[in-house]
Design a binder for this molecule. Structure first.
Ligand code: NAD
Length: 311
C-alpha cells in the first residue's frame, strides 16, 4: 500500500510514519510549521519514501502530490489550541479548509480511504462520562475542537457522496518523545530554566487520559486494519486518567529535584477552551481486540523517562 501522511513530520505523525514505513511506501506532506525534518530523518534516504515540504492550503500542489496513493492519514492541524484562541481564523484554515483540501484532492485522485486525527475536544464538556463515541449533542468549547468536529462532518459527507471510507480517531491527550507541546513538555522546559519553582496553569486538578504516542500510532493502524464500515469512529485512549499535579510530581521525581515550589495560576481550566475533566469510553477499541500497552499514569511515567533520555 502507498500511504500519504499529512503532518507526518509532527509529533504523532512521525511515530505513525515509523510504523507505516514497515508496511508500505510513505509520502510525508508537511509544511514544517510545527513539525521537524529530524523526526523523519531516518527515512529520508529509503526507497519508497518521499518528503514534500508544502502547505495543505496550496490545493494545486496537494492535488498533484497525492496522485497514485492508496490511503491518506490526515494528521496535520494547528495543535496549539491557545494560539487558535488568540488568532480566530487559525483553526478555520488549518483545520477546516485544510481538511476540505485533503478530501477534494482525494476525490480528484480517486483515493478512497482517509484516516483522521480527531480529538476528545469534540465532546466539549460532556455530561456523560466516560463519554462514548455516539454521545451528543457535541458542543466543543474551543475553536480547535469546533474545527475537528467540522472536519469529521466533511469527512462523513465526502464518504457518503463519493464512495470513500474513513477512520476517525478521537485521541486522548497524547504524550511521549518528540513532543513539542503540552503539559509534560512545558513543565520540563520550565524546570530546566528554574528548578526551584514550577508554575502550573489552572488549579492542577485538570484530569485527562494520557495516551503514550506509540500506542496512539499503533491503535490507529489497528483500527484501520480491523474495521470496514463507511465511517468508522473510535475514541483512542487508555485506562484511567491523570491530573496535572501528578504529571508535575512524576517529572520532579524523574529529574530528581527536591523542594520544588508549585505555584498555580488558578481557576479550573489551564487556558480558555481547556476541558478540565475528560474521561471517555474506550470499550469500542477494546471490543475490536486492541488495547494500549500503558495506562494513563503509566504513559506519563514512560513519556517522561523517554523524553528526558531522548528529548
Ligand atoms: P504536531 O503539531 O506535532 O503535528 C502537526 C503537523 O502538521 C506538524 O508537523 C505541522 O508542521 C504540520 N502542519 C500543520 N499545518 C499544516 C499545513 N497547513 N500544511 C502542511 N502541514 C501542516 O501535532 P501532534 O500533537 O502530532 O498532532 C497530530 C494530530 O493529532 C493533529 O491533527 C492534532 O490535532 C491531533 N491530536 C493531537 C493530540 C495530542 O495530544 N497531541 C490530541 C488530539 C488530537
Amino acid at each position: 500500500m502507498k500511504f500519504f501522511v499529512t503532518g507526518g513530520a509532527g509529533f504523532i505523525g512521525s511515530h505513525l510514519v515509523d510504523m507505516l514505513a514497515e508496511k508500505g511506501d510513505v509520502t510525508v506532506y508537511d509544511n514544517l510549521s510545527l513539525g521537524k525534518k529530524e523526526f523523519i530523518e531516518s527515512h529520508l534516504s529509503k526507497k519508497g519514501f518521499k518528503f514534500i515540504k508544502e502547505d495543505l492550503l496550496n490545493l494545486g500542489k496537494l492535488k498533484v502530490s497525492m496522485k497514485d496513493h492508496d490511503a491518506v492519514f490526515h494528521m496535520a492541524a494547528n495543535s496549539d489550541i491557545a494560539l487558535g484562541t488568540m488568532n480566530t481564523d487559525v483553526d478555520l484554515k488549518q483545520g477546516i479548509i485544510a481538511t476540505y483540501n485533503v478530501l477534494e484532492s482525494m476525490r480528484l485522485n480517486n483515493i478512497k480511504k482517509i484516516v483522521f486525527a480527531s480529538t476528545s475536544a469534540v465532546y466539549g464538556e460532556a455530561e456523560i462520562m466516560p463519554t462514548p463515541e455516539n454521545y451528543g449533542a457535541k458542543l466543543p468549547i474551543s475553536l480547535y475542537g469546533a474545527s475537528k468536529l467540522a472536519g469529521e462532518g466533511l469527512i462523513s459527507a465526502f464518504c457518503h457522496l463519493y464512495g470513500m471510507q474513513s477512520w476517525i480517531f478521537r485521541f486522548a491527550n497524547v504524550i511521549g518523545e518528540r513532543s513539542t507541546h503540552g503539559a509534560m513538555y512545558d513543565f520540563v522546559k520550565k524546570l530546566r530554566k528554574n528548578p526551584k519553582e514550577l508554575q502550573i496553569l489552572g488549579d492542577g486538578h485538570q484530569r485527562k487520559p494520557y495516551l503514550y504516542v506509540k500506542d496512539c500510532a499503533d491503535g490507529m493502524i489497528f483500527g484501520f486494519e480491523h474495521s470496514d464500515k463507511e465511517v468508522n469512529i473510535f475514541n483512542l485512549g487508555c485506562d484511567g486518567n491523570t491530573d496535572v499535579n501528578t504529571i508535575a510530581k512524576i517529572i520532579i521525581e524523574e529529574i530528581k529535584l527536591n523542594n520544588v515550589r508549585l505555584c498555580y495560576t488558578g481557576g479550573k481550566r489551564g487556558w480558555p477552551g481547556d476541558v478540565a475533566l475528560v474521561a471517555y469510553d474506550t470499550s469500542k477499541m477494546k471490543k475490536m481486540g486492541w488495547k494500549p500497552r500503558f495506562t494513563s499514569d503509566g504513559a506519563v511515567r514512560k513519556a517522561v523517562t523517554e523524553y528526558l533520555k531522548h528529548g
